[in-house]
Design a protein around this ligand. Structure first.
Ligand code: SF4
Ligand code: SF4
Length: 147
């Protein structure tokens, strides 16, 4: 077999995080909820759940807080400073029904693609490399679910 193929197969089976990584969200921190523009993608079910949680009609919620893309995807909007529109002084205003994208952080493909991306993300997130160890199979499952 071509040695390069062996090497590729080995890498596919052994991600850089194969021994797990430490991550624990830090109380009082909201850095991943703002500071820069970005998409927080939401599904139809998530839009409905958040609107119900906020006790406002779905259409009103969409008109005020949702950006629609021509692809059909929807994202929460943000304030001028880049903060998520649902972030308030206490933290996430819809924490119990926050979107899956928020629940998955920092186990996003762009963060987990390399150890360098992970270390860079630690500049933003003080919970990275701290506390609870997250096992590789769980992380791999999360990444697959985001495809
Ligand atoms: S940046 Fe990290 S520590 Fe801060 S709220 Fe987000 S996940 Fe938690
Ligand atoms: S929905 Fe909540 S958890 Fe997600 S980015 Fe907005 S404020 Fe943060």
């Amino acid at each position: 077999m071509d040695p390069d193929l062996i090497s590729d197969a080995h890498l596919a089976d052994s991600p850089w995080y194969k021994s797990g990584v430490k991550f624990s969200c830090q109380s009082g921190c909201v850095r991943c909820c703002g500071g820069a523009p970005g998409d927080v993608f939401v599904s139809r079910a998530e839009v409905d759940a958040i609107a119900a949680h906020m006790n406002i009609p779905v259409q009103e919620f969409e008109d005020s807080f949702v950006r629609h893309y021509s692809s059909g995807r929807m994202s929460l909007t943000e304030r001028r400073n880049g903060d998520c529109i649902l972030l308030n002084e206490k933290g996430c205003g819809v924490y119990d029904v926050r979107p899956q994208q928020c629940r998955d952080y920092p186990f996003w493909p762009e963060v987990m693609k390399s150890v360098f991306a992970w270390i860079k993300e630690a500049d933003r997130c003080p919970g990275i490399n701290v506390g609870e160890i997250h096992a590789a199979p769980k992380i791999a499952d999360l990444l697959r679910s985001q495809k």
